[in-house]
Design a protein around this ligand. Structure first.
Ligand code: PRP
Length: 214
């Protein structure tokens, strides 16, 4: 039997995904040990897990280097790759929000050339252009985005809010909610045809876990 390759977004989502794969009978023990390895094999189930940077998961899946991926909706929206979004796994829940200093709240949608800093410039551009009909100046950052409005790099940010702690500790607020986010199970379009039964078994297993949790 051919190996199925599953790409996990390194970090918290990978940990939660491993719990789900373990619950449906896959062996993730090798991956749970702290190491620098990037490929882990479950020989019994003929599955390979690869650990990749979150923003690269949709790329591996679109090109078929991975048959399946577990990745946040934020990354899927930002990367806009051609793949099947099969199941909303319901974990890793957070929100994509426009955030900034509280005094910006009533002004954001009225300002000309609003400066928006984000790791998610595609999501930000689409939101302001399509939903609000507003032209904004986008500034791409790669992390610690909350700094931007504090040092005058931007008027607002578009970023993920989970607990709200980062915003609170930096004197910033949610000004507008763009959308809700969570982890998704995604599948390569060709793999879906080639390995329908094996993939649908996993989907069924995951759906059972999700409905038990509800
Ligand atoms: C994310 C996000 C926020 C923070 C939100 O950053 O960009 O900064 O988490 O979480 P909270 O609402 O629970 O405080 P991440 O930890 O991925 O690091 P980054 O600064 O490199 O983006």
């Amino acid at each position: 039997m051919e190996y199925l390759t599953i790409a996990l977004a390194k970090g918290r989502l990978a940990e939660l995904a491993m719990d789900m794969f373990t619950a449906i009978g896959m062996d993730c023990s090798e991956m749970k040990e702290k190491s620098r390895k990037l490929i882990f094999t479950d020989e019994k189930n003929k599955v390979k897990f690869i650990l990749v940077k979150a923003s690269d998961v949709p790329t591996y899946v679109e090109y078929g280097a991975a048959d399946i991926g577990i990745v946040g909706k934020d990354t899927l929206l930002e990367e806009g790759r051609n793949l099947y979004e099969m199941i909303n796994l319901g974990f890793g829940k957070c929100r994509m929000c426009v955030c900034g200093k509280p005094e910006m709240k009533d002004k954001i949608f009225m300002m000309n050339n609003l400066k928006v800093a984000s790791k998610y410039t595609h999501i930000a551009e689409k939101f302001f252009r399509d939903e609000k009909g507003q032209t904004v100046e986008l500034i791409k950052l790669n992390g610690s985005v909350e700094l931007a409005p504090l040092v005058g790099l931007s008027d607002v940010i578009v970023d993920i809010v989970e607990s709200g702690k980062t915003l609170y500790e930096n004197g910033l607020d949610v000004l507008y909610e763009v959308c809700e986010l969570s982890a998704w199970f995604v599948v390569n379009r060709v793999s879906m045809k080639m390995h329908t039964e094996r993939i649908m078994n996993i989907v069924e297993g995951f759906n059972n876990i999700i409905s038990e949790e509800k």
